[in-house]
Each structure stands twice: as C-alpha cells, then as structure tokens.
Write a protein that binds this ligand. Structure first.
Ligand code: L87
Length: 686
C-alpha cells in the first residue's frame, strides 16, 4: 500500500448566523492525503470581545448532525449564547491524522451571534379554579436567551377568539377572573426579554367550575340589579367627563388622548401639547381610534395624529445635524438622495448609517409624507426590520437616519452574486424576511410593497424589511403602475385581490412574500420576465403561476405556490412560513429534493437542440465563458474532454469531481440545461 498522509485543511469556509444558530459550510481539503476516509471535526471556542481570550464552548452547544466524524461538508450549531463571539475551527482528519497529532489542519471562522427572543413557555399548570376564575402557573422557557422582563398571558373563551384579554405578569403565576361559570377558556403565554417577545406557547384549555342550579336562586337578583345600575352610572360619569373638555387644562393623560383620537373634531378645543401626553399609554390603549387592551402592541397610523410633527417626535429621536457626517450618495428616493455616512452620538462610538434626505423646496405635504416613514419605522423594533436611528427636523436638509446595511438592496446584491450562495444561505435570507414580516403583521402593519428591491442586506447576510409609508410607498416605487381604478400598484408583486379591489392585507403581503422567495431563489431574476403588466394580470387570473426557479428545493417551490393561492385565506400565515423555513434549515437534507428538471420541463413548451453543435468549441472555452474556468483541468482529467461528454454530466458527477459549492454546481448545471433546452414559455398552469 502506498504511504498516505493527514489531509490538508478544509477550504473556503462560510458561515450563516441566525439569532443563536450558526450554519457552517466548507469545501473539502485540496489534499486528502491520498485516502478516501476524510471526515471533519468542529472545535468551538467562545471568545471575549474585549480581551480576545477564548475558552472552550462547553456542553450547551448542540451540533447537527454531530460534532465529530462529519462526512458532509456542512454543520449547524444551535443553542449558542446570544450576542457572543465564537470561533469555530473546522478540522479535516483521516485515518492517519492520529499518527501526527501535532499538526491540526483546520480552517477557522469567527462569528457573532445575535440576540434571540425567548423560546416559548412549554409547560402550564392549572391552580385553583372557581366558577369565575382560573389560576395558572408555568415554568420559565427552556431557552430564555436573556433576562425575562415579563410574561404576557392572552386568554379568551373557547371559540370566541376575536375577543380576548391580555394580562401581564412579572411572576410565573396569574389568576384570570371575571370569567363565566362552566365555560372553557384558552390560554397562551409568551415571555419578553430585551430582544422582544418570544413565540406564544401552545394553547392550554381550562374550564371554570359550573354553577349549581341551587345557587342560581332569587337571592342573587338584587345584587345583579344593583351592580348593573352602578355600572350604568359610572359609564355616564366617564362619558360626561370626556365630552366636557375640562381635562385639557390639567392634561389628564390617556383621557385627553382618547378624545383626540376618537373624536378628532373636538381637538381644536384643547389644542395638542406633548407635555400632556403619555406616549406609552397611548400606544397601549388605542389603535386608529379603537380602544386597545394594554400590552397588545399594534402599529399606530401616523395619520391619526392631527399634527404629523408630533407623531414623528413620539416615535423618532431628534438627532443634531452636527452629529452626522455624510460620506457619499448611494441611491435616490422620491424625496431626495440616499447617502451613507457616520453618526456620532454622545457617549457612543461613531458608527456607519444610511441617510435619506428631503430635497430643498419641498411642500408641506412632501415633508409630512417623508417624515411619515420615520413615524412608522420608529414603532418597530425587530432584527429583520431596518432600524431607525432618528430624524433631523430642526435644521435643513430634513433627514431620516437608519442603521447601515453594507450589501444594499437584496435584488441588486443577488444579481451581482449570481449562483454564489448555498441553498441554506438563501433560505436563511428568506427566514429573516419572513420573521420581519411576521412581526409587522402581528403589529397590524400591511406593507403593500414587499419586493426584493425593498429588502436591505448587511455584511452578515441578515435581511431587513425596509421602505415604509402609507400612500407614498407606491408613489416612490418605479415598479408601481396605475391600475384602471387609479391606484398605483407594483403589479408583479401584488395579490390579485389587491389589484382588483385594493384588498391589501397581511394575506396579500404573503403573496408578495412568495414572489420575493422566487426572486431570491432565482438570484434576482425579474418576476414574469419581460411580460407586460396586463399579460401578468391576465395569466395570474387564468391560474398560471411562475415556474420553479432552476434547482429550487421542492419544499420551497411548494411554499411559493401556497403563497400564491387565489383564496387569500388559504395562504399560509407568516408565523407558519417562519416555522416551515426553520424546519428546513434544521434539517438541510429536506432541501436536497429539487424540483426536478423533467417535471419543470413537462410543464413547458420546449424545443430540444443537441449540445455540441452550439456555441462552444471546447470544454475549456465553455467553462471560461461561465467563469468556471478553474474546473477545466479536473473535467479534462476525468474524461469530460468534449462537449458531447460534458452533456452527460450529472450533479452527482460534479460532486465527485470536487465541485462542492452549490453556487458553482448551479452555474454549471444551469448552463448545460440552457444549452439543451430552449424555454419558449415558462409559465406553469396550476
Ligand atoms: O447600501 C445601502 N445601505 N443602501 C443602498 C441603502 C441603505 C443602506 O443601509 N438604501 C437605503 N438604506 N435606504 C433607502 C432605500 C431602501 C430600500 C435606507 C437605508 C432607508 C433610509 C435611509 C431611511 C428609511 C428607510 C430606508
């Protein structure tokens, strides 16, 4: 037997961070040591960001599928600590590595995890139950991911979900009272940390004790009569108090704001003073003039404010212009330029920001619409929503300042990096967008213009939803076209009911999300290519849907088709989309089944033409043309030396040849497919 050696280090390791999970992928070592038994070992170190000192990670980290003896070139680590720097060393070993234990051959990757919301509460127990009350207790979530600030308990009478009550508690016990006797109630609990709310627990159902027939005797009637009378008197007093207007003089918190919202015509009587308002209270009690239960976080339409300047300062911090250094122009918006720059706030380190400016000579309406976006953004706090730093309104130009996203708009970024990401990286991007959209839909905000061009992506490939506004959103979008009814709508991204009768809901956002999935999986391809808007509307109405992008995992294409159901109530909800994508990320083999080429093709009008008669005279020329020239030698050495031979290459063959980067596999297979098949019409009837 010939002498063999330990392998060289793995190469080109890449990481994808999702809250407290990290996915790693690499390509095999250049030198396998002349052996076929290469496997991989992952060493995990937790590093102090100040001292730079590292220690072993300890037992809390889970490795999927495992930490040692990995045969595949990818692994996922879950249950990492939030906001922590980790170094992962991916070591290649083979049967003789033990003979030379000194020389570990590894490639290392540094990552910083993000803050994660707490995991759901999993066990809830009932305590004392009476005919009007239910007491509950529960355990802290398995993964609190931080200090739990409070719990939110939502409950409603079974089958009466539309009317629910929310209680907050710092303890892990509560008593819900004022319940109906002998009735079933459904409870759900979620925990909140600095990172926001975790998911709700599953539903727990408990029943109040029944009233015995004997206790429902005549003796209770006087009590009921008295309490109803007292209730009516109290209500009358409250209404009289509200309508009197006298409270304006002493600024009585929520009552004056209730009047401002619920009775806008009365506001002239007292004017509107910020000092008299408690913004927190307003957020908790009202939504577009409706009284809201405390703790139900919903988005407040800035239009409900008489004075838009007040809205913006309620939700956005005023920044002094002298704290901002503008560096360069990075884009254009409807109202003026978008720039990159730096922000230096007192007591903080300077950091990069993006800045939207309002061009000079604006009208009052333009200023209001421009700052309206900041009023909306300022209400959101989520890792997948672009973060508002603040606004400049006291000097000119008026500006909106956000965190800086190094990789810019998602559509441009994907076009620039065609074929360069693994499926898991792409799904990670989609997961982030879905998570941001879930948050927006939970807040009651309908985006209306969800498209890859309105998603920003940072250097960690974290995607964030951007571009908020009300009427102006669509004015700003060059994709938006006027419909016959006069509305301006980005047709290719919009659900049919929103185009036909302006029914914009979170379900129509889900449709758009399906289009974004398609854009992402096809690296920024234009949905419906160069078809006209009219043809798109007609085709979709007739039941045609976009075909699967090339080499798209079947599970993802199925999810797209689900998002594009005609019946908006049958479309998945954003929380279901997030769970589905999480499941796929945790089990990457579920992404291996691709929408196969033959089923794609059977739905298409196709025309076959033999490979080889075409444009390329040699394998080298072809690979160079698709920027895969680095593989020429490997192809030639392995018998793929003519275009006819190349035509037979399968994905399996590519893997065997060491083409392990999914992006490169895609590039090569796509190019072959393109040579073999000419697509005449790519639409798939449902
Ligand atoms: O490279 C970028 N990084 N580009 C091109 C950006 C960024 C960014 O952080 N373009 C924007 N960024 N915008 C405007 C267009 C968004 C689709 C924003 C950040 C943005 C701003 C400055 C205010 C409000 C909303 C988005």
């Amino acid at each position: 037997m010939a002498c063999t050696r330990p392998p060289s280090a793995p190469r080109s390791a890449i990481s994808n961070v999702n809250e407290t999970s990290v996915f790693l992928e690499w390509i095999p070592p250049a030198d396998t040591g002349g052996r076929k038994d290469v496997s991989y070992y992952i060493a995990c170190k937790k590093c102090n960001s100040h001292s730079g000192l590292c220690e072993a990670c300890g037992g809390h980290v889970r490795y999927l599928p495992q930490q040692t003896g990995l045969k595949n070139t990818s692994v996922m680590m879950v249950d990492l600590l939030a906001h922590t720097n980790y170094t992962f060393e991916i070591e290649a070993v083979n049967g003789v590595s033990d003979q030379n234990p000194g020389a570990r051959q590894f490639v290392s990757v540094n990552v910083t995890t993000n803050q994660a919301a707490p995991s759901p509460v999993s066990s809830v127990k009932k305590g004392k139950i009476t005919k009007n009350s239910i007491s509950l207790s529960w355990q802290e979530p398995d993964r609190p991911n931080g200090i739990i600030l409070e719990y939110e308990i939502k409950y409603f009478e079974k089958d009466q979900e539309t009317s629910y009550t929310i209680i907050k508690s710092k303890e892990t016990t509560i008593t819900a009272d004022g319940l109906k006797p002998g009735s079933a109630y459904v409870f759900q609990i979620r925990a909140r940390t600095a990172a926001g709310y975790g998911g709700f627990s599953r539903r727990f159902e408990f029943e109040t004790s029944p009233v015995l027939a004997a206790s429902r005797d005549q003796s209770q009637i006087p009590i009921i009569v008295v309490s109803v009378t007292v209730g009516v008197i109290l209500l009358a007093v409250v209404i009289g108090f509200l309508l009197s207007g006298s409270c304006c003089d002493h600024g009585c918190g929520w009552a004056s704001s209730l009047r401002a919202v619920a009775y806008p015509s009365l506001t002239w009587r007292c004017g509107y003073s910020k000092a008299k308002q408690d913004p927190e209270e307003e957020k908790m009690h009202f939504h577009n003039g409706h009284i809201k239960l405390p703790g139900v976080r919903t988005y407040i339409d800035p239009h409900t404010y008489e004075d838009p300047n007040q809205a913006v300062h309620e939700f956005a911090k005023e920044i002094e212009a002298s704290c901002i250094t503008i560096e360069r122009v990075i884009g254009a918006g409807e109202f003026g330029e978008v720039c990159s720059g730096r922000l230096k706030l007192q007591g903080k380190r300077e950091f990069p920001v993006a800045i939207k400016t309002l061009k000079v000579g604006y009208t009052e309406k333009q200023r209001r619409d421009f700052l309206g976006e900041a009023s909306i953004m300022g209400q959101f706090d989520h890792p997948n929503i672009i973060h508002l730093e603040g606004v400049v309104t006291k000097s000119k130009p008026v500006m909106i300042v956000t965190e800086y996203m190094e990789n810019g708009s998602l559509d441009t970024f994907l076009k620039k990096n065609d074929g360069q990401f693994t499926v898991i990286q792409l799904v990670g991007m989609l997961r982030g967008i879905a998570s941001g959209m879930k948050y927006l839909s939970d807040m009651g905000y309908v985006h209306r213009d969800l498209a890859a061009r309105n998603i920003l992506i940072n250097s960690n490939l974290v995607c964030k939803v951007s571009d908020f506004g009300l009427s102006r959103v669509l004015e700003d979008d060059p994709e938006a076209a006027y419909t016959t009814r006069g509305g301006k709508i980005p047709i290719r991204w919009t659900a049919p009911e929103a185009i036909a009768f302006r029914k914009f809901t979170s379900a129509s956002d889900v449709w758009s999300y399906g289009i974004v999935m398609w854009e992402v999986m096809s690296y920024g391809e234009r949905p419906y290519w160069e078809m006209t808007n009219q043809d798109v509307i007609k085709a979709v109405e007739e039941g045609y849907r976009l075909p699967s992008p090339m080499d798209c995992p079947a599970a993802l294409y199925q999810l797209m088709l689900d998002c594009w159901q005609k019946d908006r109530n049958s479309r998945p909800k954003f929380d279901e989309i997030v769970s589905m994508l999480d499941k796929l990320i945790r089990n990457p083999s579920s992404l291996k089944t691709l929408v196969n080429a033959s089923s794609r093709v059977s739905n298409l009008l196709v025309e076959h033409s033999p490979v080889g008669s075409g444009a390329y005279r040699s394998v080298g020329e072809w690979l160079e043309a698709i920027k895969m020239g680095r593989y020429t030698e490997i192809f030639m050495e392995n018998g793929y030396s003519s275009m006819d031979a190349v035509a037979q290459v399968t994905l399996e063959d590519l893997r065997r040849l060491g083409v392990t980067l999914v992006g490169h596999q895609k590039k090569i297979m796509n190019s072959l497919q393109e040579m073999k098949v000419q697509l005449v019409n790519g639409m798939v009837p449902l």
